[in-house]
Design a protein around this ligand. Structure first.
Ligand code: KG4
Ligand code: ZN
Length: 340
C-alpha cells in the first residue's frame, strides 16, 4: 500500500509517498523562509498563497522521486490540525480533490502527533507509551502518549511557543529569520552565564506548563533599557550578540528540559520523545541527553531532517488506517490546539 501524505500547516509545503511498512519512497519539502524572512515571522496570508502555488508541483515532485504515478497511490493523508487556517485549507482541499477524482480513502493527520511519530520512524521500533515534548514555532507542549494516536495534553505554554521566542529574540539582536538556527550559531561563541534571564514556572513542581513571553521581554529590556521599545539606535557588539544568544538559549533549554524530566517523574513513564523545529537545537539535544539519562529514562529525539515540518512524519496515517479511522469528505480544518 502507498499513501500520499500532505503537510501545509504553517509555512512549509510538503508531500511524501510512504508505504504501510513505513518506507519513505519519495519526499519533498518546499520552504517559504525566503518569503517570510523580511517580516521576521510567518505572515499567514503570504503562507496560504504560496501553498496554493506550490502544492501541485510539490505533489508531482514527490511522486516523481518515489517513481510512481497517481494511479499507484492507495490513500491520501493530510495534516488538518493544528495550524494556520489558510495554510491548512490548501492541503486539505488538495487531499480531498485527489480522493474524489481517484476514489481514494482520506486519512486525517494531527500535526503534533506526527511530530512525535518522527521519533517512531527514526527508532524503527515502538517507542510508545511515552511522554511527548513538542517544541516548535507554534507549540511548546507536553503529552502523555499512550500510543501513536492516543494523546493527552499535560502541559503547554501559557503564552509564546519556544520557537516563536527564538525567532523574536533573533530579530531583536539583529539575526535573520528563522531565528532558531541563527541563535544556536551565535550562541556557540557566547557565555550562557553572561546574563541571567528568567526561567518562568521552572521552580513550580505542580505545573508542567511553560511561559516564554517574559524571557523575550527580559532580552528586550537588557538591550534597550526597561520600558523602552525602540531598537533603531541600538548597535550591539558581536560579543554582546553571542552572549545574549547563549544566555537566552540556556534559559529556554533549562525550562524545556526541566519540565520534560518533571513530566517523566509525574507520569511514571520511562520514555521521552521530542519533536518539532526547536528539537533541532544542539544545546537542547545535549542537555536532554544528559538529564534524561540521569533520570534513568530512554530518550528519542527526531532526527534533524524530521524536526522541522515535513510530510514524512505524516506516516502516522498508517496507524490511523490500521485503526480503521478514515474520514468523510466533509472533513474540516481545526486550526486550534486539540486537547486530546
Ligand atoms: O516545527 P516547525 O518547522 O514549525 C512549526 O510547526 O512551528 O518549527 C519551526 C521553529 C522556528 O521557530 C525555528 O526558529 C525553530 O523551529 N528552529 C530552531 C532551530 N531550528 C529551527 N530553534 C532553535 N534551534 C534550532 N536549531
Ligand atoms: Zn510543526
Amino acid at each position: 500500500m502507498r499513501i500520499l501524505t500532505l503537510e501545509s500547516t504553517c509555512d512549509e509545503t510538503s508531500a511524501a509517498v510512504i508505504t504501510e511498512r513505513l518506507e519513505v519512497l519519495g519526499s519533498v519539502v518546499a520552504s517559504q523562509d525566503d518569503l517570510h524572512g523580511r517580516f521576521g515571522g510567518v505572515v499567514p496570508e503570504i503562507a496560504s498563497r504560496a501553498h496554493v502555488e506550490r502544492i501541485l508541483p510539490v505533489i508531482d515532485e514527490a511522486l516523481r522521486r518515489a517513481g510512481v504515478g497517481l494511479k499507484d497511490i492507495d490513500a491520501v493523508a493530510v495534516a488538518n490540525t493544528p495550524g494556520l487556517a489558510g495554510s491548512l485549507l490548501v492541503g486539505l482541499v488538495a487531499a480531498k480533490t485527489l480522493c474524489v477524482v481517484l476514489d481514494l480513502p482520506l486519512i486525517a493527520v494531527n500535526h503534533l502527533q506526527a511530530h512525535i511519530y518522527a521519533c517512531r520512524l527514526a527508532a524503527r521500533r515502538n517507542v510508545f507509551p511515552c511522554v511527548g515534548l513538542i517544541v516548535s514555532g507554534g507549540h511548546s507542549s507536553l503529552y502523555r502518549c499512550g500510543g501513536p494516536i492516543e494523546f493527552e495534553l499535560i502541559g503547554a505554554t501559557t503564552d509564546d511557543a519556544a520557537g516563536e521566542a527564538f525567532d523574536k529574540v533573533a530579530s531583536m539582536i539583529g539575526l535573520p529569520y528563522p531565528g532558531g538556527p541563527e541563535i544556536q550559531r551565535a550562541a556557540e561563541g557566547g557565555d550562557p552565564r553572561a546574563y541571567r534571564f528568567p526561567r518562568a514556572l521552572l521552580a513550580d513542581e505542580d505545573r508542567l506548563d511553560f511561559s516564554f513571553s517574559g524571557v523575550k521581554t527580559a532580552v528586550r529590556y537588557k538591550i534597550v533599557g526597561p520600558g523602552r521599545a525602540d531598537f533603531s539606535e541600538i548597535q550591539l557588539e558581536p560579543q554582546q550578540v553571542a552572549d545574549l544568544a547563549a544566555s537566552f538559549q540556556e534559559a529556554v533549554v533549562d525550562c524545556l528540559v526541566g519540565k520534560a524530566v518533571l513530566a517523566l517523574k509525574k507520569t511514571g513513564m520511562q520514555t521521552l520523545c521530542v519533536g518539532g523545529g526547536v528539537a533541532a537545537n544542539a544545546r537542547l539535544r545535549q542537555r536532554l541527553t544528559e538529564e534524561v539519562e540521569r533520570a534513568g529514562a530512554e530518550l528519542h529525539i527526531a532526527p534533524l531532517e524530521l524536526c522541522t515540518d515535513n510530510a514524512v512524519m505524516g506516516a502516522i496515517a498508517v496507524e490511523r488506517f490500521d485503526a480503521g479511522l478514515l474520514e468523510d469528505l466533509d472533513l474540516d480544518i481545526l486550526p486550534g490546539l486539540v486537547r486530546r
